[in-house]
Design a protein around this ligand. Structure first.
Ligand code: PHE
Length: 430
């Protein structure tokens, strides 16, 4: 007789885990910058449309497949037809590659967190002396001039990376019951910190300028296809759909769960968080404009510079004295870490569930192998040229890996499953 599949302790545990996977670094460094580059306030229209036409439907499909077939992506697809199994593998493997560099971003956050904790007990924040941008490039990344010039092996990043993978190992090695407990901390904690940062941000001088800049609609952008691609890309990345993660998570739910509602809760929690993160970031950018007499438009507010240069600079200019600044810095980097770690382990969980379903190996052994392998692969990004490789991999994975898989899955599922059957699966009528 087949052994009993593991189960979440409760439906909220499952939903929290799905929300934890969705809410991640992408909400902080990806969403505000993407919105800003693609029409500001006007971006909410394509974003919302992408959410309604692709994000939520695909989320429902993934939840439905997982709970109906009680298996990971490769297994669910195999049940639809043996020749489709590879699609599931493709999806989880793209996710795995993303986890290699996603964890490196978390590694930098550890290094900043450590520096900020030290500053809390006296001394200056580490980036104050040479200013944040050069500190990030020269001290943290030790960046070289081109991808093939590997440069130094950056030990602090390696230690941060090891800590990240150890955290992932402890979170998932013991199964989803433990995951359900961990996310009860890693989901609410960053939310609380973000709320504090929003309050801090919007009560600073110049906050209104920054927000006006973030939200000012540029309607002309809506005519550009690029804007729409960015919206769909952001929705997939942010909801963590297309990588088989949610199929794996849902496979630990019973067959009778309210798939549609689960999907709606996850997506609205995620989008609300993104929107709020935009407030925290841009109010602070507005303040930085005032504090340093720079026009808001000249401040770099996208991608990594936002989290590791712009925001740290704003912190060092905040009122309240050195200790207060250090506390804000600790809060900010702790937020990044708790945001990111549950997204990172969700990817590894998807891969380990897939391998478990296929090879029936011991879960702990699988997770150990994956974490060790992930750590080794991440070392590529720990050289001075790491940032270049990270950018290259990120673009490649997102533009080709993710978009394509999501499309293939949507078409295939629409094609393979007859409409009535599909409705039955998604409504969970067995
Ligand atoms: N959704 C996560 C974020 O917004 C990123 C992520 C991508 C997580 C892929 C899992 C898989 O940061």
């Amino acid at each position: 007789m087949a052994e009993q599949r593991e189960r979440w302790a409760s439906r909220p545990a499952f939903i929290m885990a799905a929300v934890g996977s969705a809410i991640g670094l992408g909400n902080v460094w990806r969403f505000p910058g993407t919105a800003f580059n693609n029409g500001g306030g006007a971006f909410f229209i394509p974003y919302f449309i992408a959410l309604m036409t692709a994000g939520i439907p695909l989320l429902i499909v993934e939840y439905g497949l997982g709970s109906r077939f009680q298996g990971s992506a490769p297994r669910a697809y195999r049940k639809l037809g043996a020749k489709y199994e590879w699609i599931g593998w493709w999806a989880v493997l793209v996710g795995l590659v993303i986890s290699f560099y996603y964890c490196v971003i978390l590694a930098w956050s550890w290094v900043y967190l450590w520096g900020s904790i030290k500053a809390m007990f006296g001394g200056a924040l580490p980036w104050v002396e040479k200013t944040a941008d050069p500190y990030f490039k020269e001290d943290i990344l030790r960046v070289t001039s081109e991808p093939w010039e590997f440069g130094e092996f950056v030990w602090p990043t390696v230690i941060g990376l090891a800590l990240t993978w150890i955290a992932i190992y402890f979170s998932i090695a013991k199964g989803v019951l433990r995951v359900g407990k961990i996310v009860m901390i890693t989901v609410p904690l960053p939310l609380l910190i973000l709320a504090a940062l929003v309050v801090r941000g919007i009560t600073l001088d110049g906050a209104a300028d920054g927000l006006a800049y973030y939200l000012a609609p540029d309607w002309a952008k809506l005519a550009e296809p690029k804007t729409w691609l960015a919206a769909y890309g952001q929705v997939f990345f942010s909801l963590s759909v297309g990588w088989g993660i949610l199929i794996a998570y849902a496979s630990y739910m019973s067959r009778k769960t309210d798939v549609t509602n689960n999907a709606l809760i996850t997506s609205f929690a995620n989008c609300g968080f993104s929107f709020m993160a935009g407030f925290a970031v841009f109010s602070t950018v507005g303040y930085l404009g005032v504090a340093t007499s720079t026009p808001v438009g000249d401040i770099k507010a996208t991608s990594f510079s936002l989290a590791f240069a712009t925001y740290p600079t704003a912190i060092e200019n905040m009122p309240g004295g050195a200790t207060m600044q250090a506390v804000i810095a600790v809060g900010f980097f702790l937020m990044l870490l708790t945001l990111g770690v549950d997204s990172a382990f969700s990817i590894v969980e998807a891969v380990s569930t897939s391998m478990y379903d296929k090879f029936r190996m011991k879960r702990e052994t699988l997770v150990k192998m994956l974490c060790f392998g992930g750590f080794i692969m991440g070392l590529i990004f720990c050289f001075g040229s790491g940032l270049y490789w990270l950018d290259i991999t990120d673009h490649f994975m997102n533009d080709y890996g993710l978009g394509l898989i999501a499309l293939v899955q949507a078409v295939l599922i629409g094609w393979l499953i007859p409409r009535d059957e599909f409705k039955r699966i998604m409504d969970n009528i067995n």
